[in-house]
Ligand binder design. Structure first.
Ligand code: HEC
Length: 156
């Protein structure tokens, strides 16, 4: 049983790394690290929390730090509509596509998917149900990519 759990944890963490793929984890963007740019800070926190979660869950059952990380993912999901309200926060070049605003309904649907995925993940971690949280982690990872693909311009 113990061995099976560890296998499952490692598989989940690996799946997340794959789902995040290129792009999602690139914090060293051409864009400067700008603490006054809330959108940038929020996205960075998503990467950090996802990385930390997959690293932690590979080894241990979900603990307080993991619940806090999942709660931060949910929090960013809830703040996303406000974070993307205006096309150009700060003075940075950004990679937000104009389609976000010309197709706000489509973009909002991606935010909703992301909010559902992160909420499901937080609940699965609380229940410490490895089957549920490993699949929820993958869904969250996919949901990053599902939004980046249509709404973020490729890296310059
Ligand atoms: C609903 C859409 C959406 C979801 C969901 C989403 N992102 Fe993003 N993300 C964007 C957009 C759009 C940008 C480009 C923003 C900009 O340049 O202003 C971006 C940018 C980023 C950046 C670069 C930030 C910067 O300023 O350098 C990172 C890192 C990132 N996302 C990570 C993630 C991770 C990890 C997840 C999932 C856990 C995720 N994102 C989920 C839309 C999304």
């Amino acid at each position: 049983m113990q061995r099976k759990m560890i296998g499952l944890r490692a598989a989940a963490a690996f799946a997340v790394a794959m789902a995040l793929g290129f792009g999602a984890l690139e914090v060293n963007d051409a864009r400067a690290h700008d603490e006054k740019d809330p959108r940038h800070m929020a996205m960075e926190s998503l990467s950090k929390n996802m990385e930390a979660l997959s690293r932690s869950l590979r080894q241990n059952p979900p603990g307080d730090a993991d619940h806090a990380r999942a709660a931060e993912l949910v929090d960013v999901a809830n703040r996303m509509p406000a974070l993307f309200e205006t096309p150009n926060p700060g003075e940075n070049q950004n990679r937000a596509k104009p389609e976000i605003w010309s197709d706000w309904a489509g973009f909002s649907a991606k935010i909703d998917e992301f909010r559902d995925a992160t909420t499901t993940l937080a609940a699965a971690l609380k229940a410490d149900d490895p089957t549920a949280w490993s699949s929820a982690l993958q869904t969250v990872g996919r949901s990053c990519a599902d939004c980046h693909r249509p709404y973020r311009t490729p890296r310059r």
